[in-house]
Design a protein around this ligand. Sequence first.
Ligand SMILES: Cc1cc2nc3c(=O)[nH]c(=O)nc-3n(C[C@H](O)[C@H](O)[C@H](O)COP(=O)(O)OP(=O)(O)OC[C@H]3O[C@@H](n4cnc5c(N)ncnc54)[C@H](O)[C@@H]3O)c2cc1C
Length: 529
Amino acid sequence: MSDVVSSDVLVIGSGIAGLSFSLNIPETYTVTVVTKTSILETATNRAQGGIAAVISDKDSVASHIEDTIRVGAGLCHPKVVESIVKSGPKRIEELVRLGVEFCREEGCDDFDLGLEGGHTNRRVLHVKDHTGADIQRALVEQIRKRSNVTVYENHSAVNLYMSNDCVMGAYVLDKETKTVKRFPSKVTVLATGGAGRVFLYTSNPDVATGDGIAMAYRAGASITNLEFIQFHPTLLYHSKIRSFLISEALRGEGAVLLGPDGKRFMDAYHPDAELAPRDVVARAIDSELKRTGANFVHLDISFKDADFIKDRFPAIYSTCLNAGIDITQEPIPVVPGVHYVCGGVKTDINGKTDVRGLYAIGECAGTGFHGANRLASNSLLEGVVMAHNTAAAVSDDLQRGIEVHSMPPWDPGEATDPDELVVISHMWDEVRRLMVNYVGIVRTNKRLIRARNRIGFLAREIESFYWDFIITPDLIELRNIATVAELIIKMARMRKESRGAHYNRDYPEPSKAAVDTVMKKGYISVDEE
Ligand SMILES: Cc1cc2nc3c(=O)[nH]c(=O)nc-3n(C[C@H](O)[C@H](O)[C@H](O)COP(=O)(O)OP(=O)(O)OC[C@H]3O[C@@H](n4cnc5c(N)ncnc54)[C@H](O)[C@@H]3O)c2cc1C
């Protein structure tokens, strides 16, 4: 393969956002998709619960909008919410046409709609408990049929290439040949997913290191709402199986949370008990763990019919069984962990960032849809809708004609092989541990200041490593998690209130002034501290 790969559109990421986007670009334009490892290694592939959309006659667009805005705790952009929710049913039809086999009710053609926390109606389409894997499978099958789309696996984008203040492609590390190649393009789309690995405990796959957010930030794009990190209340607590999520859908089907004394505790925290929004449930568990000194709480669905459990949650049933837990007979040990970044690279409803030539979609983007907290199953929805909108906008751009600038070769400078690679893994651990310790579910001013001081020192050290030594995938990701950690801390310090997924014990209440500022401007940019 040559060290220059030119195309009309460069897409970084192969999840629901990147692949749906690519499928919506007319075949007259060339599309290159780069993805860090295998095309299947995405958060999309792990999604269990499903995708929210208004499908049932008993449901309404108004109710889905209302639920999204209520859970978003005052920071959703109402027009964005309306637009995405309204587009939902059409995008679901499209996914079905592409081959996604959402479950239907027995004996009829109606979709079997699940209920999840924060939703007032059954509207979650699902494929048993492996919805994301089926969506990923269908999209990959379709992508393989497209002659205008080329996918490069094991290719990690290092940095965006800028010319005349416009993004014109990216430098990409080919992990097999260990060389940095040029991928010039007329338009570049970030679809790099989340940043869960900035924290030590996460449901996210290994590829979720916030690369898109960090690259966009370095290119001068505005970043928004990163302080709103959603913790999923229920990751499996197990010494060997890490990052395995126990879907919210279990609670939707009646599963209850039990403290170390075997008693339910959620009633004391919220009128909706186990079906309260995620941040409330995660904080309640955190508080129970701190109060009792236990390492985990239990989630119990064993009182339901065993055949129902095995049929509705086959992946969770078999993973737990492999871990020695029969969920039809006993409760599941669970802890909260980082699950989702509600903010990201600021975009409009067409995925446009404020840097020319650069678009962002999916979890790495901050459209304002989720506000301060994401409603369950709304992220796959946002990913597929935004991919569609953005493909239309990008196609318009391409039709108007864009000049491509030549891209100079990657300049490694004086970089040498690192003398001690182990330092990189130490720094990985330091960043992730400090984020979990000081920027976790419950924050305080003191903890955030501590985090800022430590990350400042670490980020400088990592930056000099990056410039002095030949880059490796680990080093690229380390630099990105440090950047994203810095941004999260900075934004968390700026928000002098508690709201949605951000809770600061020193400002336990929401502040009206903060909402007014954000709603007037539409976003908070990092450069404004
Ligand atoms: C365990 C789990 C369960 C979930 N369940 C649900 C659910 O039921 N419903 C719901 O709506 N949401 C759910 N979510 C959230 C949802 O899955 C994600 O928000 C969504 O799939 C993100 O899609 P995406 O296309 O933006 O990113 P992803 O699907 O994560 O894809 C990101 C892609 O970017 C690539 N990439 C990243 N950096 C680079 C780089 N530097 N160079 C090249 N490639 C790069 C990765 O390799 C990957 O291919 C869940 C998430 C997890 C982790």
